[in-house]
Design a protein around this ligand. Structure first.
Ligand SMILES: [Zn+2]
Length: 236
């Protein structure tokens, strides 16, 4: 994919990613990173841009909708709202140079650090805590569903991927995104079941989905919900 810019008559400039493919029509997609254009291999850049200009109204509207649906980034200050297993929790900051433990008590994540205005340090401590909790939480779920599927418990690793919730490789290692710990338990279970099912079927065939369904009957709803919540779960 290459990066281009579409210059609009009013002076606005819309960046887009262009991918040329063996196809006959121009396809437009609005992703989290902006406009993606799939164009036929032979169309000239001039013809392509004039076709895009015809669609400028639609593109602008979609980009605006996308920006509006994106949750505001977290402000790392005392009282900030976080999510844990689908529940709203609060960040509680306290300046403390001696006790630097992060604890979770009564619906609040207590972070003690030297400088409570150092947002990088706050994020680092919070992420570290989520990762530690995620590993323990996911491990339990993995054990439970592996037993149900009748397979040995695979090795679990945490991932920090931006675009995927989990993966499974041929060495039977499963990676789950620590950010999932923010999601309601049933969604975490779905991802766990999905990756475990790959131990039986290393693809997304009909047979694969049948394995998923045997572990997690309502997988279709979970899959859809997870997709809708994706932006919410990527606030940090
Ligand atoms: Zn998969």
């Amino acid at each position: 994919m290459s990066e281009y810019h579409l210059a609009l008559p009013d002076g606005e400039c819309i960046p887009y990613q262009l991918e040329r493919r063996p196809r006959r029509t121009i396809g437009l997609k609005i992703g989290s990173s902006g406009l993606i254009v799939h164009a036929p291999k032979r169309i000239s850049q001039t013809a392509l841009e004039s076709a895009l200009l015809d669609k400028a109204g639609w593109i602008r509207k979609k980009l605006q909708q996308m920006a509006a649906s994106r949750p505001a980034p977290i402000r790392w200050e005392d009282g900030a709202a976080l999510k844990l297993l689908g529940n709203d929790i609060r960040l509680s900051l306290r300046a403390d140079t001696r006790n630097r433990k992060v604890t979770f008590e009564q619906g609040a994540l207590h972070v003690r650090l030297t400088d409570t205005s150092d947002s990088d340090a706050i994020v680092a401590r919070v992420v570290q805590w989520y990762k530690k909790e995620a590993l323990a939480d996911f491990e339990r779920r993995l054990q439970l569903y592996a037993a149900r599927l009748g397979v040995p418990v695979p090795r679990l690793y945490l991932s920090n991927a931006r675009s995927r919730w989990g993966s499974c490789n041929s060495r039977s290692e499963i990676r789950l995104n620590w950010r999932l710990l923010q999601a309601p338990p049933h969604l975490i279970n779905y991802v766990v079941c999905h990756e475990l099912a790959h131990l039986k079927e290393m693809n997304h065939s009909v047979r694969f989905w049948a394995v998923v369904e045997s572990l997690y009957p309502d997988y279709r709803t979970a899959k859809r919900t997870l997709k809708q919540r994706s932006a919410d779960l990527h606030q940090f």
